[in-house]
Design a protein around this ligand. Structure first.
Ligand code: HAM
Length: 422
């Protein structure tokens, strides 16, 4: 029996991968325009990095991490998200000293042991941004505008929902009000009953519909913001207005990770079934310090690449494979040799070229040229070699014309490039 991929782990095969490349290229280009630098961080980290940042009582840490003891007896975790590893790298590499405001992005796989469904995988990919060193509300607005621009340039739409989760100064009053509310809530699920004691804010993140119905009456964080957080939130809103980014305040949004302070946001869509968020993020002003670094504020967001690819495919905006410039159709040993040298010369000249080595029939090789979406097919067999000119066929229009065979492969490639393949 053949070995299958793990549940929730997906191959991205040719035909799909072009859409992924389009997403990544679009995002990288936009990141560059916003003066971001790329950072690459490991997939495996010490478990403690995630328990300390995401929070012991979150779903991710309690239920979803791929954690194991390695051969040295250390507890390691396959990263469930990118923020904690990027912050660890920022601290460890002294990046705060290099630039007062570090603007970083990373792209790569994340791992969560969730129940797989449409748009939800166990290995998924995020493009994420972290800006460290500024608590200015314009940065919050700028990041939302960046996520918005990525959606726009991909040809997708979503709505932006924003909230503020306050700071350590306003949280005690909110927690007290929430606890008082939860005291009267009935038939909460086991998780919520437990979290009510350990981490009350987390209950609002519960996925049970019964719990969620009751939480609609829960106190809103926005009513408990301290003056500093109130000002920050209204300046974020002003910033969004200046950039003409439409948004909706959603005071129920709590996010599934404990590190957030002040602004949180999500880009949501109704087109992904149960998974509505294509991107999400927020501010985490105390996190760098909590992880042993300097006391610098931070904010970031991540976009789920599977969800973006799904949206593009659903809207029939999937990207096509790039066309091949030329497919060399060679019949017979001598033509195969000549074609082999020409194909490589074409590649050296910067063109995309391919050929078949199995000496298959003309019909079969032409079929391959069609499948490769070649712009031209260069056809030659013994007769063409003897006459000194091959046949160049324009695959789109099907017209063909003879073209002289040069003795030198590089010269021939150059001539083909200049005359026909520009
Ligand atoms: P998150 O909300 O857990 O935030 O994930 C961000 C995005 O990753 C989601 O909106 C979704 O598009 C995608 N995503 C999450 N889980 C899955 C899954 N199982 N399958 C497919 N896609 C998924 C974070 O991870 C934060 N680190 C974001 C952030 C960066 N906050 C500040 N900086």
């Amino acid at each position: 029996m053949s070995i299958k991929a793990l549940k929730g782990f997906k191959d991205i095969v040719p035909g799909e991968v072009e859409t992924w490349q389009f997403i990544e290229k679009t995002a990288r280009d936009i990141f560059h325009r916003f003066d971001l630098a790329e950072i690459k961080v490991p997939i495996l980290e010490k478990t403690e990095l995630f328990t300390r940042s995401i929070g012991e009582t979150t779903d991710i840490v309690e239920k979803e991490m791929y954690t194991f003891i390695d051969r040295n007896g250390s507890s390691l975790t396959m990263r469930p998200e990118g923020t904690a590893p990027v912050l660890r790298a920022y601290i460890e590499n002294g990046l705060h000293a290099a630039r007062a405001v570090q603007k970083l992005y990373t792209i790569g796989p994340m791992f969560r042991h969730e129940r797989p469904q449409k748009g939800r995988l166990r290995q998924f990919h995020q493009m994420s941004v972290e800006v460290l060193g500024s608590d200015h509300p314009r940065v919050d607005a700028e990041l939302m505008a960046m996520a918005w621009l990525i959606m726009t340039e991909l040809g997708l739409t979503a709505s932006l929902e924003i909230n503020s989760l306050g700071c350590p100064q306003c949280r005690p009053a909110f927690n007290a009000a929430l606890l008082a509310f939860l005291h009267h809530a009935e038939n909460l699920c086991d998780d919520c009953q437990r979290r009510r004691e350990t981490n009350p804010l987390r209950v609002l993140d519960c996925k049970s519909t019964h719990c969620q119905e009751q939480y609609r009456q829960a106190p809103s964080f926005l009513d408990f913001l301290c003056p500093g957080c109130t000002d920050h939130f209204s300046e974020v809103i002003d910033g969004l207005a200046l950039l003409a980014i439409p948004y909706k305040v959603n005071s129920f949004m709590v996010r599934g990770l404990d590190y957030y302070t002040r602004t949180t946001f999500e880009l949501v869509t109704g087109d992904l079934g149960a998974q509505s968020a294509v991107g999400a993020g927020g501010r985490y002003d105390g996190l760098v310090k909590q992880l042993g670094g300097p006391d610098v504020p931070g904010i970031g967001f991540a976009m789920g690449m599977e969800r973006l690819a799904l949206l593009l495919a659903q809207q029939e905006k999937a990207a096509a494979a790039p066309a091949l410039d030329l497919f060399v159709v060679a019949l017979g040993t001598a033509a195969q040799q000549k074609g082999f040298a020409l194909t490589h010369a074409l590649r050296r000249a910067g063109l995309t070229a391919s050929m078949d080595y199995q000496d298959r029939s003309l019909k079969n090789q032409m079929k391959q040229a069609g499948k490769a979406a070649a712009r031209y097919a260069l056809i030659m067999g013994d007769t063409e070699l003897a006459s000194g000119s091959a046949m160049l066929r324009n695959m789109a229009g099907s017209e063909q014309a003879p073209c002289a065979i040069a003795a030198d492969a590089d010269e021939w490639a150059k001539e083909l490039a200049e005359k026909y393949l520009k």
